[in-house]
Design a protein around this ligand. Structure first.
Ligand code: NAD
Length: 458
C-alpha cells in the first residue's frame, strides 16, 4: 500500500491523457500517468492509426486493379490478410515504441493498472494511492456502443473486433453510415467484399454538409457498395453460418459479419467519478470552457467531454489543461474550427459550418460556391473526382470548407486556417497556390467566392 504525490495525476494514456502528461512534464511539472492497457489508447491501437493503415492497403489494392488505366501492366492477385496485418502492426508498434520512449524521456511516471478516482486529488490503482498536488486529469476515452436488441459477439462486431478479423468477409453489413461505418465499408469493398451500409438518417456521414453526403453515396454506389439510408433495423439474428439483418419494411440482408458502428459512448462508469462529485450528463463529464469539471482540481479531456470525439481535439485539450496548470494562459480549444477527416475512398474533409448550419445562423445572407475537381490539373492526372464547397456570410469571412475526393484530407490545413482565422475569401484568393496541386482547387474556390473565378465558367 504505497502512496505517491506528484503535481499532476492523469487517468488514461490515450491521445488526451498522454498529451496532457507530455506537455505538463515539458513545463516542469511532475506527472503520474495511469493506464490499464497500452500507452496511446484507442487511436493508436484500435482506431485512427490501424484503420488508416488498412485504408492505405485498400488504396494499393485499388491502384493495382486500376493500373491499366495509366498504362501499367499489373495484376491483382488478392489480399494476404496476415501480411496486411503485419504491415499495420509494424506501423502501430513503431509509433507505440516512440511514444513510450518520449514519455520515459520526459520523466513521467507510468503506472500500469486500472485507476479509480477516490478523492478530488487522488487516484487509486490496486492498493496504491497516487495523489495530485495540483490537479487530476480524467482522460478515460470511449467505447463502441451498440443499439438495444443488438448484442456484440460472434458475427456481430465492433470496430475493435473488425480490426482483428483474420480474413476478408465475403458479405458484410455495416450498421451506421458515420465515420467508422464508411471507413470500414471502403476497406472491405476494396478488399473484395460485398458490402451494404445501413444508415438510419437520410444520408451517409450525416454530420457533414448535405452535398458531401450525397456525393459520397453516389461514389459508394458506383464502387458497388450497397447503401441504404433512412433505413431502420427491425431485427438481427445470427447462426453458426450467417447473420441476418431484417430492415423495417421487410428487406433481409444476409452476411458473414455485421459491423455495428453507431457511435461511441464515454467511458466514465465505475471509475469513481460520480462518487467524488464529478457531474455527468448522459455519461459525459460536464466541463466549463476551461475543461474544469464540477469538482475543483479535477479536469477532463478527450472523448469523455461532450463534442467531437476526435484524437486531435483530445491532444489539444490535453495541452490546454497542462498549460493552464503550469500557470500559462492558453486559449481555450474552439470546437468550431476543429478539422474533420473521413479517410474512405473518396475522402471527406471539412471544417466549420455546413451550409445548413450557416443558414440557421445567417439565413439568406449565406453564400456558397462549389468547385469541381474535374477542372483541377492534378486531380485529372490522378484520375480523381470530387469538389470543394465553401460557405460564407455575404460580405463576411469564410464560415465552412467542405471537400470530397481522393486525398482531400491533406488539404484541410489551409481550409482550417481560413476558418479559424476568419479569413475573407478575397484575402485567401490572393495567395499563390502551387501548380499543379489538388490544393489549387481550394484557391480556385476562394477566387470564385471572391467573385473572380479563373478556371470556372461564369
Ligand atoms: P458516428 O456518430 O460518426 O456515426 C454513427 C452513425 O450511425 C450515425 O450516422 C447514426 O445516424 C447512425 N446510427 C445510429 N443508430 C443507428 C441505427 N440503429 N441504425 C442505423 N444507423 C444508426 O459514430 P461512429 O462512426 O461509430 O464513430 C464514433 C466516433 O469516432 C465518432 O465521433 C467519430 O468522429 C470518431 N471517429 C473518427 C474518425 C476520423 O476522424 N476519421 C474515424 C473513426 C471514428
Amino acid at each position: 500500500m504505497a502512496e505517491t504525490t506528484s503535481d499532476l495525476v492523469v487517468l488514461g494514456g490515450g491521445s488526451g491523457g498522454y498529451a496532457a502528461a507530455l506537455r505538463a512534464a515539458q513545463l516542469g511539472l511532475s506527472v503520474t500517468l495511469v493506464e490499464e492497457d497500452k500507452l496511446g489508447g484507442t487511436c493508436l491501437h484500435n482506431g485512427c492509426i490501424p484503420t488508416k493503415a488498412l485504408l492505405h492497403a485498400a488504396e494499393v489494392a485499388d491502384a493495382t486493379r486500376e493500373a491499366d488505366r495509366f498504362g501499367i501492366r499489373a495484376s491483382f492477385d488478392g489480399v494476404d490478410v496476415p501480411a496486411v496485418h503485419a504491415y499495420r502492426d509494424g506501423v502501430v508498434d513503431r509509433l507505440h515504441q516512440g511514444l513510450r520512449g518520449l514519455v520515459a524521456s520526459r520523466g513521467i511516471t507510468v503506472v500500469a493498472g486500472r485507476g479509480t478516482l477516490v478523492a478530488a486529488d487522488a487516484v487509486r490503482v490496486g492498493e496504491d494511492t497516487h495523489r495530485a498536488s495540483r490537479a487530476v486529469v480524467l482522460a478515460t476515452g470511449s467505447y463502441a456502443r451498440s443499439v438495444p436488441g443488438i448484442e456484440l459477439g460472434g458475427r456481430i462486431l465492433s470496430s475493435t473486433e473488425a480490426l482483428a478479423l483474420d480474413h476478408v468477409p465475403e458479405r458484410v453489413v455495416v450498421l451506421g453510415g458515420g465515420v467508422i461505418g464508411v471507413e470500414f465499408a471502403s476497406v472491405w469493398r476494396s478488399f473484395g467484399a460485398e458490402v451494404t451500409v445501413v444508415e438510419a438518417l437520410p444520408s451517409l456521414v450525416p454530420n457533414e454538409d448535405e452535398a458531401i453526403g450525397k456525393a459520397l453515396q453516389r461514389a459508394f454506389t458506383k464502387r458497388g457498395i450497397g447503401v441504404r439510408t433512412g433505413a431502420r433495423v427491425a431485427s438481427v439474428a445470427q447462426t453458426a453460418d450467417a447473420v441476418t439483418v431484417v430492415l423495417e419494411g421487410g428487406t433481409e440482408l444476409v452476411a458473414d459479419q455485421l459491423l455495428v458502428a453507431v457511435g461511441r459512448g464515454p467511458r466514465t462508469a465505475d471509475l469513481g467519478y460520480d462518487d467524488v462529485g464529478v457531474e455527468l450528463d448522459r455519461g459525459f463529464v460536464k466541463v466549463d470552457e476551461t475543461l474544469r469539471t464540477t469538482v475543483p482540481g479535477v479536469y477532463a479531456v478527450g472523448d469523455i467531454v461532450p463534442g467531437l470525439q476526435l484524437a486531435h481535439r483530445g491532444f489539444q485539450q490535453g495541452i490546454f489543461v497542462a498549460e493552464t496548470l503550469a500557470g500559462l494562459d492558453p486559449v481555450p480549444v474552439p470546437e468550431s474550427s476543429i478539422p474533420r477527416v473521413t479517410y474512405s475512398d473518396p475522402e471527406v474533409a471539412s471544417v466549420g459550418l455546413t451550409e445548413a448550419q450557416a443558414r440557421a445562423v445567417h439565413g439568406d445572407e449565406v453564400e456558397t460556391v462549389s468547385y469541381n475537381l474535374g477542372g483541377n490539373g492534378k486531380s485529372q492526372i490522378l484520375g480523381t473526382t470530387g469538389f470543394v464547397k465553401l460557405v460564407r456570410q455575404r460580405g463576411g469571412p469564410v464560415l465552412g470548407v467542405h471537400l470530397v475526393g481522393a486525398r482531400v484530407g491533406e488539404l484541410i490545413g489551409e481550409a482550417q486556417l481560413a476558418v479559424a482565422w476568419e479569413a475573407y475569401p478575397e484575402d485567401v484568393a490572393g495567395l499563390v497556390h502551387a501548380h499543379p496541386t489538388q490544393d489549387e482547387a481550394l484557391g480556385e474556390a476562394f477566387l470564385a467566392l471572391a467573385g473572380k473565378p479563373l478556371h470556372a465558367h461564369d
